[in-house]
Design a protein around this ligand. Structure first.
Ligand code: TNX
Length: 746
């Protein structure tokens, strides 16, 4: 008995997504010897696809039958079998049998076969697989309005989806920043609406900074047909999205009479939500019906997505035309006008045999029964829609927004924000526990959304798509019971190698174990580094301040680091076999001593800290001081209370921290916008600046007793939040409140 065989039997097969039933037999199919392909009654296109697949994966093109080959690949379309996407695959040492009740099932099965053929040496272990999808809607979306992607890339995107058994491509074709589909009746949509004079640089909203470079592009109807046909070959339905009544500024720039105000309008050059939306007069409906008629000619699938999200009602409030429609139709307000708008479009689409789908806002104010809802603002819209009897696609921002960052912001390219790591996607459950019985069947599936404000190139999109698409594929295809994070991560290295061969720019998982700077009360410390993908590659690190390279030492297992008072910088990167690497991650680890407590008589301590509120603008959190405050009061927790009335303001908390025992204490500041925490003169956590909700941590060694505590917070614009937490090293996080806080009696 030799070890390799035993080990090979243990190795998880490189299948992604994992199939419903799999049984391994003895023996293996190898590429040696002559192989024939038998596919009676299977359409030529699928046979050609199968031929190419063998050639791509093992460099062997099977022969036509009847030449006495020793091995056979047999594709069969079985009548009577489940017509959906299920398939059966059996491999022995001489035969590969793939059978399905539909062409789509054969195609899905071929993806499993492809992954097996890619195993080292083209050797497939004998096995039997019976497989079928869990959900009917397994989707991924691509926004081509904010940034335009050429036809070649759109096809590649679709091909990549098809390899992981997704079946729906949601093509976001229009938005405020560009109209990307040729409409013969309205040529200005692409002559004018497909081009913007420039694009905002990074996040320079205010003051606005543009790049001065004209930008745009669109797909001709021939190109659209080409993409739809390409997707159909892969059994992928293309769902076109034409946004209305909001996110329509590019259309309005082309035809200003679509708006409620005279304009003029430009195709938008920055991100966000434009107030200029389509006006609900008859000309708009004629326009939309004409546009949708051409759209329906191009897209044969059942679904037409009409957007419906984020439509500010200000223009309708101020428009005589919109108000007249409200009166004429006996509507209550602008909200109901939006619902009436969507229902009118729904009737138009359903009279032509199509189904309307829209973002969850279309639920507000009532929705026609046949319409479906895509839940993006969390799961609630989806739950409400399913309870009301609508079909639902789950695509919550919390789990399936692939434009969000995948790791800590400092390790990511500029993105819209958020933090949606691989394991979060993998842990997503499309059917929420709130839904019961028949309601559950309304969840048709789930989809990832790829908004492209900060994705300029195909390479940027691929970085966001993988490896998270592999996690999504398993969520929507595999049975819920088969979901196993540990097994999934063991299969990932093989999946990434397959992506390497296709030249996909997937994200290399970052190094874990260097989350923030640390302090120690000892002369040495032990560092243990890892990644979300143990075994995929190697972690290399330095402690001399230089950047880690492919030649730096490998840091496997626990490493003891000698510390100094000034600190040691540990930097690490995760390298894969092909040389691709994660960004370097660094942390400063420092030897320290206990900070002595203040001498304050216990009798003069009072509970809580002093909060000073300044209803005015500050350049940073650090610049907020206690003096000159509008109000000062004692509060029993360090947090933004929500009682602050000004739009922009500063808060300063001052008092004493009660430390129960000698030790190292860690603080976490989660804020939108900036915050800082100081003990005495030392800045322990610096989370300053104007930013969306972000968490930062810091550590300090403190002696038993009380220590001067200051926390400062600045609110600029948008969201406002401040949460401060503390923990004794190794303990659980607690809010910085109650017994942690004191101030001196005056
Ligand atoms: C919200 S999701 C939007 C999009 C943005 C996206 C950015 C939705 C229906 N609307 O217009 O691109 O957030 O994450």
């Amino acid at each position: 008995m030799t070890a390799p065989t035993a080990a090979a039997a243990q190795d998880p097969l490189p299948l992604s997504p994992w199939p419903r039933h799999i049984q391994r037999d003895t023996g293996e199919f190898t590429r040696e010897g002559r192989i024939e392909l038998r596919a009676d009654g299977v359409p030529a296109q699928l046979v050609a696809y199968a031929m190419e697949l063998f050639e791509d994966e093992i460099g062997v093109r099977p022969m036509r039958p009847g030449r006495g080959a020793a091995k056979a690949v047999i594709l069969r379309l079985e009548s009577g079998a489940d017509g959906a996407e299920s398939y059966r695959l059996a491999v022995t040492s001489t035969r590969i049998d793939l059978a399905a009740g539909s062409e789509a099932g054969l195609f899905r099965g071929m993806q499993t076969l492809r992954q097996l053929l890619a195993m080292p040496g083209g050797r497939i272990p004998a096995l039997r697989i019976e497989d079928a999808p869990r959900f009917a809607w397994r989707g991924a979306h691509l926004d081509v309005a904010r940034h335009f992607f050429p036809v070649e890339f759109v096809k590649r995107y679709i091909d990549l989806l098809s390899r992981y058994k997704l079946n729906t491509f949601h093509w976001h074709l229009t938005d405020d920043q560009g109209w990307r589909i040729e409409i013969r009746k309205y040529p200005r949509l692409t002559e004018v609406g497909a081009w913007r004079k420039e694009t905002m640089v990074e996040k320079n909203f205010d003051p606005y900074v543009g790049d001065g470079v004209r930008y745009g592009g669109y797909y001709t109807q021939d190109e659209i047909r080409e993409v739809v046909a390409y997707a159909a070959e892969r059994h992928i339905t293309v769902v076109p999205e034409i946004e209305m009544p909001g996110h329509a500024r590019a259309a309005i720039a082309a035809y200003p009479w679509l708006a409620c105000t005279p304009g003029p309008f430009e195709v938008w050059t920055m991100w966000g939500v434009s107030e200029d939306i389509l006006c609900p007069h008859e000309e708009t409906f004629t326009f939309l019906e004409n546009v949708l008629t051409e759209v329906m000619e191009l897209f044969p699938g059942p679904w037409i997505h009409i957007g419906g999200d984020e439509a500010p009602k200000r223009r309708w409030k101020e428009s005589a035309v919109a108000q007249a429609v409200i009166r004429r139709e006996g509507l209550k307000d602008e909200q109901q006008l939006q619902s009436w708008f969507v229902q009118r479009i729904e009737r138009f689409l359903s009279s032509r045999g199509r189904r309307l789908i829209g973002w969850d806002e279309i639920l507000e104010g009532g929705l026609a029964p046949g319409a479906a809802v895509m839940s993006w603002r969390g799961m609630d819209g989806g739950i409400e829609a399913a309870r009301a009897g609508h079909d639902v696609i789950m695509s919550p921002g919390s789990h399936l927004y692939f434009d969000h960052a995948e790791g800590p912001a400092e390790l990511e390219p500029l993105s819209i924000g958020g933090n949606t790591p691989l394991d979060r996607v993998y842990g997503f459950e499309p059917i929420p526990p709130e839904l019961q019985g028949a309601e559950r069947a309304h969840v048709l599936g789930a989809q990832a959304n790829m908004w492209s404000e900060y994705l300029k190139t195909p390479t940027d999109v691929e970085f966001k798509l993988f490896p998270r698409l592999l996690a999504l594929a398993e969520v929507v295809w595999s049975p819920a019971e088969a979901r196993d994070w540990e097994r999934f991560s063991r299969r990932l290295p093989a999946a990434l190698r397959a992506l390497d061969r296709l030249g996909v720019n997937y994200r290399v998982p970052h190094v874990e174990g260097l989350e923030g700077d640390r302090v120690f009360l000892s002369d040495t410390a032990v560092v243990e580094l890892g990644t979300a993908l143990p075994g995929a590659g190697t972690i290399r690190c330095t402690t001399d301040g230089t950047a880690p390279t492919a030649a730096s030492p490998i840091c496997a297992g626990p490493l003891t680091i000698p510390l100094t008072d000034s600190g040691v910088t540990i930097s690490a990167r995760h390298f894969l076999a092909d040389g691709r690497a994660s960004p370097a991650r660094s942390a400063r680890w420092r030897r320290t001593t206990l900070r002595a407590a203040e001498q304050v008589p216990a009798a003069s301590l009072r509970p809580g800290v002093m909060l000073a509120y300044h209803p005015r603008a500050f350049p940073s959190a650090r610049a907020v001081t206690a003096s000159g405050a509008a109000t000062t009061q004692v509060v029993d927790s360090v947090a933004r209370s929500g009682a602050e009335r000004a739009e922009t303001y500063g808060l300063s908390f001052e008092g004493l921290l009660r430390v129960p025992a000698d030790g190292i204490y860690e603080f976490m500041l989660t804020s939108d916008d900036g915050s800082v925490l100081m003990i005495g003169d030392e800045v322990v956590v610096d989370n300053d600046g104007f930013h969306s909700e972000t968490a930062k941590t810091g550590m300090i060694a403190l002696a038993t007793g009380v220590h001067p505590l200051t926390v400062r917070y600045v609110q600029g614009s948008g969201g406002a939040s401040l949460v401060v937490q503390v923990r004794r090293e190794g303990g659980a996080w607690e809010r910085l409140a109650g017994g942690w806080l004191a101030h001196r009696a005056r």
